[in-house]
Design a protein around this ligand. Structure first.
Ligand code: MV4
Length: 449
């Protein structure tokens, strides 16, 4: 096991990793940008290093700065958290060649699954169902038109280097297809310096269901159940729950089999997620694989009792998993609300500022993963997620009631947050009846968003 690791991240996830290390008896080195120098969670790390000025490109994405912080503090491993460098194959490669363990899958796997068109191909080769569309990247407009005519409109143009909804364009006919291709290509080139695109049939009214995978370096691959992540706004998830309330036990089993097959095909190690869309006929399709710890991992931890961050660290240090699939138990229902510092009355614009009053909810089955506190000044430079409110109860009904109460208890003053939106969601009959899909939040907000 490692004796010291560096956490190449900030905010709630840096705190989450610090806590896991503490329990494993591992020393931690936190890194921070100038904008985070007074952040409370830095006090909980054993050591801290400033890695640059506020902009992410010069701090949390600054590879030379992070590697030199790791070398100066003599750490054996780096935990990348989520976002930032967590899926950067070149960063993992540099760690590997600097004799620092990257806590995640191999740089090869990161690269392979980072190319979403290639990931699709891997799925096809391994009998994992994919959405009708192109077999690889599209090379010209005629090819795109002929594929679109074959699969039928509407189609979705996606960037190979994208993921998480970035760089996607819907086209409803030939004219809008030409336009969507040009726009998507330009966007992808600017955002990822890779303009390659692929096409899929656009599946409307689908549920977004993802399977959690855990795989060690000794050939054990387990699934830890699924999460329904259909409730998103502009590809930013708002609420996640496990188990998915909208699938049958049979479909659930098929998703697990497909996810495990996918993980096996790419020699996956560490924690990962295989994303699927489930359409209204109950048919499911692979969409992409996330090769990192996810924001919503706590709901899986609550129902399985497994600490995903500790397991990530144990796996990266070479330890085998101490249990098999039959030992993994799923207990009750867990739901997470992501609370963002955003103004719901102003197009959900980020609302940085100082938290003047802060009171966290509590009680049985309530978990709050947050680095926020009274007097905390939210910097304007990063993701506006300030807290994850997670509840765990025996039934969905009890979990919803618990979550509503916890949201009422939560006091966050001085900034605008998405708490009112969560309350609105939790009171909506469609949510209560588990009758929702990826278009629900848009429909609920209408022009508000
Ligand atoms: C799709 C889709 C429908 N059809 N692909 C969004 C995140 C990324 N991982 C994949 N995503 C989607 N891909 C096809 N072919 C629907 C989504 C999607 C979504 C789309 C619009 C609004 C909200 C959404 C929430 C989850 C997934």
């Amino acid at each position: 096991m490692f004796s010291r690791i560096l956490i190449a991240n900030r905010g709630e996830i840096a705190l989450r990793v610090i806590r896991a290390c503490r329990e494993l008896g591992i020393e931690t080195v936190a890194v921070f940008s100038k904008a985070d120098e007074n952040a409370r969670y830095l006090k909980y790390a054993d050591d801290k290093v400033c890695i640059g000025p506020p902009p992410s490109e010069q701090s949390y994405l600054n590879i030379p700065s992070i590697i030199s912080a790791a070398e100066v503090t003599d750490v054996e491993a780096i935990h990348p958290g989520y976002g930032f460098l967590s899926e950067a194959s070149h960063f993992a490669e540099i760690c590997e060649s600097s004799n620092i363990t990257f806590i995640g899958p191999s740089s090869k796997t990161l690269q392979l699954m980072g190319n979403k068109s290639q990931a699709r191909k891997v799925a096809m080769e391994n009998k994992v169902p994919v959405i009708p569309g192109s077999t690889s990247t599209i090379t010209n407009q005629q090819e795109a038109v002929s594929i679109a005519h074959k699969i039928g409109f509407p189609v979705l143009i996606k960037a190979s280097a994208g993921g998480g909804g970035r760089g996607m364009r819907i086209a409803h006919n030939d004219a809008s297809l030409a336009n969507a291709l040009a726009m998507a290509q330009r966007e992808a080139e600017t955002a990822f310096k890779d303009s390659s695109l692929y096409i899929e049939k656009y599946i409307e009214h689908a549920r977004h269901v993802e399977v959690q995978i855990l795989a060690d370096q000794h050939g054990t691959i387990l699934h830890l159940g699924e999460r329904d992540c259909s409730l998103q706004r502009r590809h930013q998830k708002l609420l996640e729950e496990t188990p998915s309330p909208g699938i049958t036990p049979r479909l659930r089993g098929e998703l697990y089999t497909a996810a495990l097959r996918m993980a096996k095909a790419v020699n996956y190690t560490n924690a990962g997620t295989v994303e699927f869309l489930v359409d209204r006929d109950g048919k499911f399709y692979f969409i992409e694989m996330n090769t990192r710890l996810q924001v919503e991992h706590p709901i899986t931890e609550m129902v399985t009792g497994i600490d995903l961050v500790k397991e990530q660290i144990r796996i990266a240090s070479g330890e085998p998993l101490k249990y098999r699939q039959k030992h993994v138990r799923f207990d009750g229902v867990a739901i997470e609300c992501r609370i963002y510092a955003e103004d719901p009355d102003n197009g959900f614009r980020p609302h940085p500022g100082r938290i003047s009053t802060y009171h966290v909810p509590g009680g049985r089955g309530v978990r709050v993963d947050s680095h926020a506190h009274q007097g905390y000044e939210i910097p304007p430079f990063y993701d506006s997620l300030i807290s994850k409110l997670i509840v765990h109860q025996a039934t969905r009904q009890e979990a919803i009631a618990c979550l509503k109460g916890a949201l009422e208890e939560y006091v966050i003053e001085g900034i605008k947050t998405t708490v009112p939106l969560h309350t609105k969601l939790l009171n909506h009959p469609n949510f209560l009846n588990a009758d929702f899909n990826t278009t629900f939040v848009e429909g609920l907000l209408g022009r508000e968003q």
